[in-house]
Design a protein around this ligand. Sequence first.
Ligand code: GLA
Length: 415
Amino acid sequence: MAEVEFTDAFTSAAGADLASALFEKAYGQAPTGVWSAPGRVNIIGEHTDYNAGLCLPIALPHRTFIAVSPRKDTKARVVSAMNPDDVVEVDLADLKAGGVEGWAAYPLGVAWALREKKLPVSGFDAAFASCVPLGGGLSSSAAMTCSTALALDEVFGLGYGQMDAGRVTLVEAAIRSENEMAGAATGGMDQSASLRCQEGYALLLDCRPELTALENVSQKPFDLTAHNLELVVIDTQAPHQLNDGQYAERRRTCEEAAEILGVANLRVTADSIARSDDPFQALKETLDALPSETMKKRVRHVVTEIQRVRDFVAAFAQDDIARAGRLMNASHDSLAADYEVTVPELDVAVAVARENGAYGARMTGGGFGGSIIALVDKGRSHEVAQKVADEFERRGFNAPRALAAFPAASASRDR
Ligand code: GLA
């Protein structure tokens, strides 16, 4: 059986060197600076962000690095280490929503979104180097949009990047870029994680739109080492896509359900069920009011998942790792049976991790491919990942890749 490979994170110096070297090769001079932003894994709370719910991401140590220099005109040029000979160039003055194809839509869309907000962003040259696995459901796109947002914030003196509350403006620009320039639906968790997580903490993100930047996040200690734990990410390498219509369809069903229930969003429903004397009965009555089996299942996932986030936070804080693990398992099972966003690779990886001693294992991110996370005893990540790889080989799936996750820092300047 082939040995499973782990993807290491770049150090800050190595990432900055790679992005700077690419910048110099493409544009013939040194960049003004280098910034970086992380990918993320969500510990629990999936498909809740666009329902004004709760989620609990951590920033990965794996980051996307951007070397940038501002220009005096409105031209923007971007190049990536994935395709070092292909510099994509646009004039920001003429750029419209949907006006860029391919990967360059993500960074250029951030500049567009900031300019749409009438912020003083003009042309720039940029070069990217990343160790966030692509297409693994680990938010490589948010790492790219958020590193771009922070870099442009600083080179154009916007002043939003210094403080957590200001970063919400950069989060919004990153979301707009993905939604309106790249055409990828996304709910906001990934960009908030990339710009607002803190080292050693999980970010409890409350997505109710009426909350201010000071109210919608709370940092929850997530010190795995102190608990003798490790979090292993296994990227199934199953094809993963968010913009193929499935994600948008799930969102639409939730919005329709909220309309039928006469609430602004499913969070309102989840909260009133949680507050009722008999939550089981209240959930049943809610589901009875919905017209289709599919809609009932989607709503049941969202309502129970929001509660699982609260329960997980409490269990972890009380050092009840067995319970925290069971909640992760319940989250996956709900995503498989009720939300129907898993694929065989995700279900098999989760089953093998559980059989091999994980406290909990679940898919993370949007689903339809991508990665799982497994909470295991310290020192067991390799063994568990290897068991998954062996089973994948037996079944003829693509070879998975793994990485070691811990709660790392949000976007920052590297050089
Ligand atoms: C993707 C989206 C997020 C979130 C998750 C599911 O990662 O980008 O906004 O909706 O799916 O939790």
